[in-house]
Design a protein around this ligand. Structure first.
Ligand SMILES: Cc1ncc(C[n+]2csc(CCOP(=O)(O)OP(=O)(O)O)c2C)c(N)n1
Length: 673
């Protein structure tokens, strides 16, 4: 191994050595504890320290890093408090995730580290999002994300690199090619010669380097970072290294040929570099011994303290509270001219109104939020010049510019991840799914990253995902689905689903104000078929409040979205039945008070939705009524949804699929029960 110091000072050379030594000593200690059963799981980075340490030290301390499971060296190089780190690893309350997360699945904003989730891939997009924030704010900074060579097979690798290249984002993508992805060899993982060659396909520079040579890692990355700060663009670096231990300690290394350990053992990054420092008289054995003793002492003290700490004591109220980032909605007092018919938080300043279709109301709200929040960035396929397929953002490009109204690549996952990266840097993001159906391609980022990140380590995800949804437009199985129930089931998300223009504008504004991740459903069939007079000024409507659309005391129809329209039509055609129609408007958290009030009034309830029946949110509402309002019921709670089939294309089949045609029958049954 040849070490080229270039113009590095003696001080830097020594710092790099100490930087590698610390994670090595921590790991050796952890392996001892593991044998004693005092650590539950350990993913070793032994033999790979030069990458995490060299790369981290090459960046400025305020530049974000997205590490993975073998990157202890990132944390130690940022000077993370060892006590808190060990408490984290031991599942103690004083750790960085309050015992909610395991191993390295946590971030620390103070040290500019975004923690991984178990899923390989998402870190790359978050790094791109942080880099986008740097570019928008004209900060001359880079971000950096790690992946193993196995992780490069994930779709997110492609999406993140492709989008970063198209948008020229200053991200350093590092592949740690350590030969194995669990037991999978590189020849079973990819068919190209070198992974770095993929950089050519993405249109970015690529470098293949010796990942065991700390000076090569440090010099390459610090040189590139310096250039990228001035001339933003992404770069791919493939660091060749070897995994000297099992995938995780319990899984062993039987499948790895013994000679590989011998070959790579001779290239150990710590001993190789140590020998070179000795040879160059940059360090002596006594100093090495002293450093090791100091580190061991620091490690032992921190560990002893942590091992003496009691196990966490659960506090259910706190657990539930921490699912969402704390937030108090802005409120204004009601001006005399405006009635509170819709649960306004921020009232419109005047009573001036214009008739608008639902699609125009969404657009109006979005435009006013863009004016109110200069840090709000819109992203979606074809949303700029084209104005989006439903024309919600028509004219936005002219008013707000290309930086804030961004046409995206066909990369749903990366775009949602970029939204999260933006919120790490205190931006707000709105991501438009072209159709709600395509959210499947961004599902992982939404349900695993956005939804859980605040609970896990306190970082909020200030992202609104707009979801043009629903059937009734003859669009077939993949442009018609109602998929809101996928998200109501995920703690950490809020799910909004307005049915009227007034609510659509006010709830969208409220969603953008709220720092939590929000799924915002807009029914495509209602976009242009429903219109009403709505307030011209900016206003917000309280999230989590349902609305009584018409009052009656024969039966309750608890519904939302297109269900509201069906219920109203039915009520109009059947004036002899007094129906209490409740529009939930928010599906998570939903308004239990208004439901209870309605049940008390009528004693007969139909929960109606367009979503397929089984597993729909209606089941949850019906169960809640059964548990909490049984004594007020005069009939079994009924549910009505679409058939449990995919959404068919032909209008006749689609009409049969949807529940509207069966509504009368069920209402009659309830009334006469
Ligand atoms: C999306 C996803 N699929 C599967 C896994 C299970 N898994 C965890 S680590 C790993 C191997 C990863 O290999 P590589 O990316 O090369 O990183 P290394 O562990 O070698 O550092 C696998 C399959 C996962 N974490 N995420």
């Amino acid at each position: 191994m040849i070490f080229e110091r270039g113009n590095l000072s003696n001080d830097t050379l020594l710092k790099l050595y100490k930087g590698m030594l610390k994670p090595r000593l921590i790991e050796e200690k952890m392996l001892l504890l593991l044998r004693k059963g005092q650590v539950s799981k350990w993913f070793s980075g032994i033999g790979q320290e030069a990458i995490a340490v060299g790369a981290t030290m090459a960046l400025r301390e305020d530049e974000y890093i997205m590490p993975l499971h073998r990157n202890l060296g990132v944390f130690t190089s940022r000077g993370v408090d060892l006590h808190k780190l060990f408490a984290q690893l031991q599942g103690r309350s004083s750790g960085y995730s309050q015992a909610r997360e395991r191993s390295f699945h946590f971030g620390i904003n103070q040290y500019h580290i975004v923690g991984m989730i178990s899923h390989l891939g998402p870190q790359l997009s978050i790094a791109a999002g942080v880099a986008l924030a740097h570019k928008l704010s004209k900060e001359k900074m880079v971000s950096m994300a790690f992946t193993g060579e196995g992780g490069t097979s994930e779709g997110e690798f492609h999406e993140a690199l492709n989008t970063a290249a198209v948008w020229k984002l200053p991200v350093i993508f590092i592949i740690e090619n350590n030969g194995y992805g669990l037991s999978t060899t590189t020849s079973e993982q990819y068919a190209c010669k070198d992974l770095v060659d993929r950089a050519i396909g993405y249109g970015m520079p690529g470098y293949k380097i010796d990942g065991n040579n700390i000076l090569e890692v440090y010099n390459t990355i610090s040189g590139l970072a310096e250039k990228m700060r001035e001339h933003p663009e992404p770069v791919l670096i493939e660091c060749m290294t070897f995994r000297m231990r099992g995938h995780e300690e319990a899984s062993g290394t039987k499948y790895v040929p013994k000679e590989l350990f011998e070959i790579w053992g001779k290239k150990d990054p710590v001993t190789q570099y140590e020998n070179w420092l000795l040879q160059e008289n940059l360090i002596d054995n006594q100093t090495i011994k002293k450093i090791k003793e100091e580190y061991s002492k620091e490690i032992n003290i921190a560990l002893e303290d942590v091992l003496a700490e009691p196990a966490p004591v659960p506090d259910t109220a706190k657990e539930i509270r921490d699912v969402y980032a704390p937030f108090t909605a802005q409120k204004t007092l009601s001006p005399n001219s405006v009635e509170n018919t819709h649960n306004f938080n921020v009232y419109p300043a005047t009573s001036s109104k214009t008739k608008k279709r639902l699609v125009d109301a969404v657009s109006d709200g979005l435009r006013q939020s863009m004016k109110k929040y200069p840090n709000l960035v819109l992203m979606g396929q074809d949303i700029a010049e084209y104005g989006g397929v439903f024309k919600v953002t028509e004219g936005f490009l002219e008013d707000f510019g290309k930086e804030r109204v961004r046409n995206t690549t066909l990369c749903e996952s990366a775009i949602v991840g970029i939204g999260l990266g933006l919120s790490v840097k205190k931006y707000k993001a709105m991501v438009e799914m072209q159709f709600a159906d395509f959210v499947t391609c961004g599902f992982n980022q939404i349900v695993n990253n956005l939804a859980k990140i605040y609970y896990r380590w306190g970082q909020n995800a200030d992202v609104v995902v707009r979801m043009p949804t629903g059937a009734g437009v003859g669009a077939g199985p993949f442009h018609s689905q109602s998929n809101e129930a996928w998200f109501t089931h995920v703690p950490g998300l809020k799910v909004l689903y307005p049915s009227s223009p007034m609510d659509a504008k006010g709830l969208l504004n409220a969603a953008i104000e709220d720092p939590n991740p929000i799924m915002f459903f807009e029914h495509k069939a209602l976009y242009r078929s429903v219109s009403e007079e709505i307030y011209d000024d900016y206003y917000t409507i309280e999230i989590g409040r349902g609305r009584r659309i018409i009052s009656g005391d024969d039966i309750s129809i608890i519904t939302y979205g297109a269900g509201v329209i069906w219920a109203l039509e039915y009520a109009e055609q059947n004036p002899d039945i007094n129906i209490d129609v409740i529009d939930l408007r928010t599906l998570m958290p939903w308004d239990k008070d208004i439901v209870l009030e309605s049940v008390k009034k009528t004693g007969k309830v139909l929960v109606l939705h367009e979503d397929t029946l089984t597993g729909g949110i209606g089941g949850e509402i019906a169960a809640w009524i059964g548990e909490n309002a049984f004594e007020y019921l005069d009939a079994p709670v009924r549910r009505l949804g679409s058939l449990d089939t995919p959404v068919p294309f032909a209008p006749e089949l689609e009409a049969n699929f949807l529940p509207a045609g069966r509504l009368g029958e069920v209402v009659q049954e309830l009334v006469s029960y």
